[in-house]
Design a protein around this ligand. Structure first.
Ligand SMILES: [Zn+2]
Length: 138
């Protein structure tokens, strides 16, 4: 059991690191719209996407996704690193009907965001540290 627990903790740390990286990208990356071309098979959560930057040329890339909440053919607002096209983060797709697509966690303190509140707020902010939450018009 001990080995199992340690493995779980290690996996959690790697996941957290990935999450923080994605949150920073959601805040600081360039905006664009991605179309989901294909989803990875098996337990590797990957997606092949075509990104249309708000400014610039279309590119295709394969990204890791944290949760399987997207479907092939779906359009999703994204932020990406212009210098590394493999670094693309999907903004939250659950806030349908709100003003904003909002990042699911605060990039500064990691607190979960109340999407129901943040997606309709004039200026979404973290309920814990009060920093702005990355968001894009819905
Ligand atoms: Zn915060």
């Amino acid at each position: 059991m001990r080995n199992t627990v340690e493995a779980a903790v290690t996996a959690g740390s790697a996941h957290d690191k990935l999450l923080i990286e994605k949150l920073r990208l959601a805040r600081d990356g360039s905006p664009g719209t991605a179309t989901i071309l294909a989803l990875g098979q098996g337990h590797e959560h990957t997606a092949t996407i075509r990104v249309q930057p708000d400014e610039g040329d279309v590119f295709e890339t394969t990204i890791e996704i944290l949760k399987g909440r997207i479907e092939v053919g779906q359009s999703v607002r994204v932020r990406f690193n212009p210098a590394h096209h493999s670094k693309v983060v999907l903004l939250n797709t659950a806030a349908v009907g709100g003003l904003w697509h909002v990042a699911p966690h605060c990039p500064d303190c990691g607190a979960p965001v109340d999407l129901a509140v943040a997606s309709v707020a004039a200026h979404p902010t973290c309920a814990y540290c009060r920093h702005p939450i990355p968001c894009d018009p819905a």
